[in-house]
Design a protein around this ligand. Structure first.
Ligand SMILES: *Cc1c(COP(=O)(O)O)cnc(C)c1O
Length: 367
């Protein structure tokens, strides 16, 4: 049989997304309205009202191409993060940013460093350009930054760091990140993926865009998919100095962020109330879930994101088994066997009643 494409593309294992509600309803014969989805770290409050209004206004212009330069969204981000507009790259979700970085900075055969148990897209983006992944063993389910700095080889072009990390929820403080940035050679680009930054408690918040001024090899990546509630629209962005930003802008598709997404993102960025409500719900939900795990004697990784990684059994079938039993009760969570964590499940923090439905279903399964 004819084989198409390069070997490194054929070797890619497709990304496994959280199961959509409609699919679970069909598969298990359930009513969609009764299904609880805590599988993709989405915002349980959905789209902010401010973004809905902005999209309704922008809909009239959908016959035209979006602004390829995202002038207004970049202007809003520029103001918010106090960096010039030409330091910003917009992405079709921050997944796009992660991929653009691989395409812009890595050639076939060159290496990329990232951590064990870090976000699956780093491996996919690396493989998509024929790069060589250097996967550094995690410590306590989080990044070992010293080992990652030491793992950089002469042909390393890119390092991905997720902070907080998904799927484990671990967090690295500002001092450690900066110590790491000081160790990385200046010709190696570091992507600091901060998809969950807005969920951090005030004492952990650090305006990482400040590092971009200091480190010409740093890309800070953020998204509107999580705390801002716009996952379905696909908007993310990167902040980096012009030399790096210029290359990323050449690689990205000209119209990678659509008009509705640009309008919605501007509105969400200025919706402080929505963010505050989400953060409050998240802290309460984290307590609710972890109290139940404590009661059930289940180990979990302390999380700084909007999800918790919990160990549901001692055997390597546990994650898949408990996941299936939860699905049958209409609760969708995320198995993480693909991350090398077959005894664990990742639970996104939902509304209090959604968390309660998950806890009740989990108790039934484990009883
Ligand atoms: C969810 C997530 C992203 C980005 O998602 P987009 O929807 O593409 O913006 C990026 N990094 C991590 C670690 C994530 O968990």
């Amino acid at each position: 049989m004819t084989q198409f494409g390069p070997e490194y593309v054929r070797a890619i294992a497709p990304y496994q997304a959280g199961k959509p509600i409609a699919e679970v309803a069909r598969e298990f014969g359930l009513d969609e309205a009764t299904i609880v989805k805590l599988a993709s770290n989405e915002n349980p409050f959905g789209v902010p009202e401010s973004s809905k209004a902005a999209m309704a206004a922008a809909a009239a212009e959908l016959g035209r191409y979006p602004d390829a330069n995202g002038f207004e969204l970049k202007a809003a981000l520029s103001k918010r993060y106090d960096v010039p507009s030409d330091w910003i790259t917009l992405g079709n979700g921050s997944n796009d940013i992660l991929e653009i970085a691989a395409h812009a900075f890595v050639q076939k055969g060159e290496s990329v460093v990232f951590s064990q148990y870090s976000f699956a897209v780093y491996a996919l983006a690396t493989q998509g350009v024929g790069g060589r992944a250097i996967v550094v063993p995690a410590v306590n389910y989080g990044h070992d930054l010293d080992a990652m700095a030491a793992a950089i080889e002469p042909d390393t072009r890119l390092v991905y760091v997720a902070n907080p990390n998904n799927p484990t929820g671990t967090f690295i403080g500002a001092k450690e990140i900066e110590a790491f940035l000081n160790k990385v050679p200046g010709n190696v680009v570091v992507v600091l993926d901060e998809a969950y930054n807005e969920y951090l408690a005030p004492e952990h918040q650090f305006e990482s865009s400040a590092w971009v001024r200091k480190y010409p090899n740093l890309i800070v990546s953020r998204t509107f998919s999580k705390a801002y509630g716009l996952a379905g629209l696909r908007v993310g962005f990167a902040i980096a100095q012009p030399a790096v930003t210029d290359l990323m802008n050449r690689i990205r598709q000209p119209f990678n962020v659509n008009s509705l997404a640009q309008a919605a993102a501007i509105a969400a960025l200025n919706d402080k109330e929505f963010l505050a409500k989400g953060a409050e719900n998240n802290f309460a939900g984290y307590k609710q879930l972890t109290a139940a795990f404590d009661e059930l004697g289940l180990e979990y990784v302390p999380s700084f994101g909007n999800f918790v990684l919990v160990r549901v059994g001692d055997d390597d079938g546990a994650g898949a088994r408990v996941n299936l039993a939860l699905l049958k009760q209409g609760v969708i969570v995320r198995p993480v066997g693909g991350y090398g964590l077959p005894q664990w499940l990742r639970i996104s923090i939902g509304l209090p009643e959604e968390n309660a439905a998950f806890i009740a279903a989990l108790k039934k399964v484990l009883a």
